[in-house]
Design a protein. Structure first.
Length: 224
């Protein structure tokens, strides 16, 4: 029993670091988008942040559940942790004009990966085949037909953070946590944050807001 309690305590005390917008921008800047895998990873990071998506939700994204228009994109999540009625939820992401626009990153991935089919997983494994024989042109990246696993999504996030020189305990949950924290820092009200994160209670949303917010949002900050 003591061992179980200790493990539970250690797990609960782990504080995953949020990948806030400033940190995410640093990570994106280091990604080579001339490569197929780079275009994919950029889309994963930006969509995960913009939709406050869990790693399992990123991995489960299907082409048939994404609708694009001039205003942005709407993603239907058939399964979501906060969807207690199992009716599915819709996530709306507005279209932007910068290189960090999640919608544009998604469209770039579709073009680069030649995902013209109407159905199937959005994010798939990409790898380099064995080196070609001497005198032959280099092998082009290959792409699978199966969806990435949620663990693969987590590893991609961790690798990209490491490549950018970030320090801290980043995980598959860092995009979601960072998105909620960024919204709080920007002054987004709690009701809107709850709707954005798709949490059932306000108390859970408040736990996601990083500790330093207690300083930046202190009522007396501008008066001291």
């Amino acid at each position: 029993v003591a061992g179980i309690r200790r493990t539970s305590t250690e797990s609960a005390s782990r504080q995953v670091k949020g990948l806030t917008w400033d940190l995410l921008s640093e990570v994106i800047e280091q990604i080579d988008t001339d490569e197929l895998v780079g275009v994919r990873d950029k889309a994963i990071l930006l969509l995960g942040f913009a939709g406050a998506l869990r790693r399992s939700e990123v991995a489960a994204l299907c082409l048939e559940n994404v609708a694009l228009d001039d205003d942005g994109m709407r993603i239907r999540l058939d399964r979501s942790k906060g969807d207690r009625t199992s009716q599915g939820v819709e996530v709306a992401i507005p279209r932007g004009i910068t290189a960090l626009c999640p919608v544009r990153a998604y469209e770039a991935w579709l073009r680069k990966a030649k995902l013209n089919e109407a159905k199937g997983p959005v994010f798939r494994r990409v790898w380099l085949p064995p080196a070609a024989e001497a005198g032959q042109p280099p092998a082009l990246p290959a792409m699978g037909s199966e969806a990435l696993s949620d663990r693969s999504v987590a590893r991609i996030i961790q690798k990209r953070c490491l490549d950018a020189g970030l320090t801290g305990d980043f995980s598959g949950h860092s995009l979601r946590r960072g998105a909620i924290t960024t919204g709080a820092r920007d002054g987004t009200d709690l009701v809107s944050l709850k709707r954005f994160s798709r949490h059932q209670t306000f108390g859970v949303v408040e736990k996601y807001i990083e500790g330093e917010d207690a300083m930046t949002k202190h009522p007396g900050r501008s008066r001291f």
